[in-house]
Design a protein around this ligand. Structure first.
Ligand code: DGL
Length: 270
């Protein structure tokens, strides 16, 4: 048993899609969330910059005595694969569990991957999918405008701007005939209804935050690292820019309010 909180980080709000799933699979666990809202997006930055940011994010979480860290960010997971190796607590990212779920879901062996430019250009999902099943055909598409659309709450399925952008990005994937589509960025589940309607029926969407949360839950259970459930669950949220705009949109991600318990920190101190 281990009553310390789980640490989760992302470049901004997207990691909250993983938190939402963690709340379902591990409802007793406390957590500390860091969203780097002052430096979002990560997906258009260099590998070196993403690594430096991710190291600071993890140092901040470690300062809160977390028992495990989840990089709930496709960009960090893809471009800084080895970053959790010397952390001292179990480290999880989104790529492997998501690729496993997609490989299990596809029937026609054609899998699409969408993500930030950094995620797609890293080839991380392609490599993970082919290592699971070399017969898979992988079709990838960067969707750099999705993150700013989500961060600015252009998320309604009726939103014409988001729909037009989705149609433009997803047309090649539709034409390739994929039956499974990896949402390789944790921001994307928020616009999943738009993505699903553009892709059409018969395409299974794989949510990377959800798959990572399930993998983390399994690993904590196997490692006897779950909390004893006797203390009330606590969730603390931290951001690197002003908290008000975070708390407003966070509610849409989580399906409940963060109760104003969001603090601003200076991530450059870590
Ligand atoms: N949620 C992050 C990801 O999964 C957002 C990317 C970004 O900051 O550009 O990649």
């Amino acid at each position: 048993m281990d009553n310390r909180p789980i640490g989760v980080f992302d470049s901004g709000l997207g990691g909250l899609t993983a938190v939402k799933e963690l709340e379902k699979v591990l409802p007793q666990e406390s957590l500390v969330y860091f969203g780097d809202t002052g430096r979002v997006p990560y997906g258009s930055r260099s590998r070196e910059t993403v690594r430096r940011y991710a190291k600071q994010d993890m140092a901040f979480l470690m300062g809160h005595g977390v028992k495990a860290v989840l990089a709930a960010c496709g960009t960090v997971s893809s471009t800084a694969r080895d970053i959790g190796e010397s952390l001292g607590v179990p480290y999880f990212d989104v790529v492997r569990p998501t690729a496993q779920a997609a490989a299990a879901a596809t029937k026609n062996k054609k899998v699409g991957v969408i993500g930030t430019s950094a995620t797609i250009h890293s080839g991380s999902y392609r490599a993970a999918l082919l290592s699971i099943d070399y017969k898979l055909q992988v079709f990838s598409q960067p969707c750099p405008l999705f993150v700013p659309l989500v961060e600015n709450a252009f998320i309604s399925p009726q939103d014409e701007v988001t729909r037009l952008v989705a149609e433009r990005y997803l047309a090649p994937l539709r034409e390739s005939g994929v039956d499974t589509l990896i949402l390789g960025c944790t921001h994307y589940p928020i616009i999943a209804p738009t993505i699903a309607s553009v892709m059409g029926r018969g395409v299974t969407l794989i949510d990377s935050g959800r798959e990572a949360a399930k993998a983390l839950a399994r690993a904590l259970e196997e490692g006897d690292l779950l909390c004893d459930g006797e203390e009330p669950r606590k969730a603390s949220y931290f951001v690197s820019d002003e908290p008000e705009s975070f708390t407003g949109v966070a509610e849409l991600f989580l399906g409940h309010s963060v109760n104003g318990a969001t603090a601003r920190i200076n991530i450059e101190n870590y």
